[in-house]
Design a protein around this ligand. Structure first.
Ligand code: BJ8
Length: 420
C-alpha cells in the first residue's frame, strides 16, 4: 500500500518507529485511565494502518479524499458529495530540510510541518488526497499554499478578516464556490437531502465532543487533559459516525466516574488557550500534567472552537442550508480576525464553566495572530483576576526543561491561591 502511495519508505519507517515509545511515555504510563480510551489508543497505533486502508478502499470505489488544515473548511459539503474529509496533521518536526528549501526558516512550525510532510513524502493521508483545501487565514499559510500548489492539487478558500456584512457576503460566495469545486471533483451533485444528512452527521460528532468537554467541569475531572486532547485530535481523521459512537461510549463511562467521584490529579486546573495542537503535539499538556496540573479545556481549534457551534440542519432549501453553513463557520473566533472580541469572552466563560484556576496561553513561534492577540487575552483575564502564563514554543524538545521550570513556578503560585 505504501509503495503505491509513492511514500519515502525509509523516512516513513523512521517516523513510525518514534511513535510507540513516545506514546508509551506520554499516554500509556498514565494511571487510572478510562477503559474507553482503548479505542483511541488503537486509533493512534493504527494511525498509518486501518484508516489509511479505508481511504484506499474508498478511492478504489471511485470516492475522493479531501485534505484540510483549517476549521474554516466546511466538511459537510465534502461528505454530502460522497467524499471523505481529513484534517491533515501538522504537529511534528518532519521533513524540515525539505520544507526549508522552499520556505523561510523562521516560519510557524505548523506551516513548516505540513510542507515537510508533503515534500518528504512521509504522510499517507497527504498522499491519499485528491484535493488539498487551503485558506487565506494568516499570511504564512496563505503564501505557503501558493508554494504547495506546485506539489499538490490545491484549492484556496478566501476567508475574510472581519465579520462585516460585506465579509459575510464574500464568505457566503466562497462556500458556494467550494460546493461547485467539490461537485466537479467528485462528479456528484450535492443534493439538499445529502447535505442535510451530512450536517446532521457532523453535528452529532460535535455534540459528542461537547459532551466530553463538559464532563471535564467535574471536580475531579474524570479524564486527563492529555486523553481529552488526543480524542480531539483523532476527531480530525477518523470516520465521523464511528468516532461519535466511541466518544459517547467514553462519556457514558466518564459519567459513572463523575458519579463515583473518580478522577485525575488534584493539582491546579488549567485551561490552555491559543494555537492548534495537531497530533502528535502533546508537549504542552505533558509538561503541565507531569508537573501536577490537570488540563480541563483547550480553547483552540483542536478543542472547543471545533465543536462549540453546530450548523442549523433545518434549512428549507439549498440556499438556506448554505446560509446556515456560512453563518456557522463565520462564528469561529480565530485570531486571524480583527477585531476578535468573541475570543476573550469565550475564554472567560470557559474558565468559569470548567472551574479553571488559571490559563496557559500557548503560541507557536512566529505565529503573529495568536502571539499578538495574547495582549487582549491578558487584559481580559486580568480584569477578572484570572492568572495567565504566556508560552511561546515550537515542536522541538529543546525547551522542555525551561518550560517545566516556568510551569512549576506558575502552578506553585496557583497552588497558593487555591490552597492545593
Ligand atoms: S481557524 S487557528 S486552524 S487558521 S499557528 S498557521 S495562525 S502562524 S493554524 Fe489555524 Fe484555521 Fe485559525 Fe484555527 Fe498561522 Fe498561527 Fe501558524 Fe496557525
Amino acid at each position: 500500500m505504501w509503495e503505491s502511495l509513492g511514500l519515502d519508505l525509509d523516512a516513513h519507517d523512521r517516523l513510525l518507529s518514534v511513535i510507540p515509545p513516545l506514546y508509551q511515555d506520554v499516554y500509556l504510563n498514565q494511571k487510572n485511565r478510562p477503559k474507553g480510551m482503548e479505542y483511541f489508543d488503537f486509533a493512534v497505533m493504527e494511525i498509518h494502518g486501518l484508516r489509511v486502508q479505508e481511504l484506499q478502499e474508498h478511492k478504489a470505489n471511485g470516492g475522493k479524499v479531501v485534505g484540510t488544515f483549517c476549521l474554516y473548511v466546511p466538511e459537510e459539503l465534502v461528505l454530502a458529495a460522497g467524499g471523505i474529509c481529513i484534517g491533515l496533521c501538522a504537529g511534528a518536526d518532519v521533513g524540515t530540510a525539505e520544507a526549508e528549501s522552499v520556505l523561510p526558516k523562521n516560519i510557524c512550525p505548523l506551516i513548516k510541518s505540513f510542507m515537510g510532510f508533503k515534500m518528504a513524502k512521509i504522510c499517507p493521508y497527504f498522499e491519499s488526497c485528491d484535493l488539498i483545501v487551503g485558506e487565506t487565514t494568516c499570511d504564512g499559510k496563505k503564501k505557503a499554499f501558493e508554494v504547495l500548489g506546485d506539489f499538490a492539487n490545491v484549492h484556496v478558500m478566501e476567508v475574510p478578516q472581519t465579520k462585516s456584512e460585506a465579509a459575510r457576503a464574500l464568505w457566503r460566495s466562497e462556500v458556494e464556490k467550494f460546493k461547485e469545486k467539490i461537485e466537479k471533483l467528485t462528479g456528484n451533485a450535492v443534493t439538499e437531502s445529502d447535505l442535510m444528512a451530512a450536517v446532521k452527521k457532523v453535528n452529532a460528532r460535535r455534540r459528542a465532543l461537547k459532551r466530553l468537554a463538559k464532563l471535564r467541569s467535574a471536580d475531579p475531572s474524570p479524564i486527563s487533559g492529555k486523553d481529552a486532547l488526543l480524542v480531539e485530535q483523532i476527531s480530525f481523521y477518523d470516520d465521523p459516525v464511528r468516532f461519535a459512537e466511541k466518544v459517547n461510549e467514553l462519556c457514558d463511562e466518564l459519567e459513572e466516574r463523575v458519579g463515583a467521584g473518580i478522577g485525575v490529579g488534584g493539582g491546579p486546573r488549567i485551561a490552555v488557550s491559543g494555537c492548534p495542537m495537531a497530533i502528535p503535539n502533546w508537549k504542552m499538556h505533558h509538561v503541565l500534567e507531569s508537573s501536577g496540573a490537570v488540563v480541563v479545556a483547550e480553547e483552540a481549534c483542536i478543542g472547543e472552537r471545533s465543536f462549540r457551534d453546530a450548523v442549523d440542519p433545518n434549512g428549507s432549501d439549498m440556499n438556506a442550508l448554505l446560509d446556515a453553513i456560512a453563518d456557522r463557520y463565520l462564528k469561529i473566533d480565530c485570531a486571524c480576525f480583527t477585531p476578535n472580541a468573541e475570543r476573550p469572552e469565550h475564554l472567560r466563560e470557559l474558565v468559569k464553566e470548567r472551574k479553571a484556576d488559571g490559563v496557559v496561553h500557548y503560541s507557536l513561534q512566529f505565529c503573529d495572530p495568536y502571539t499578538v492577540e495574547c495582549y487582549s487575552i491578558e487584559k481580559s483575564l486580568k480584569r477578572e483576576g484570572i492568572p495567565l502564563l504566556k508560552i511561546e514554543t515550537d515542536y522541538g524538545q529543546q525547551d522542555v526543561g525551561q518550560l517545566q521550570t516556568r510551569v512549576e513556578a506558575f502552578l506553585e503560585r496557583l497552588g497558593d491561591r487555591v490552597g492545593v
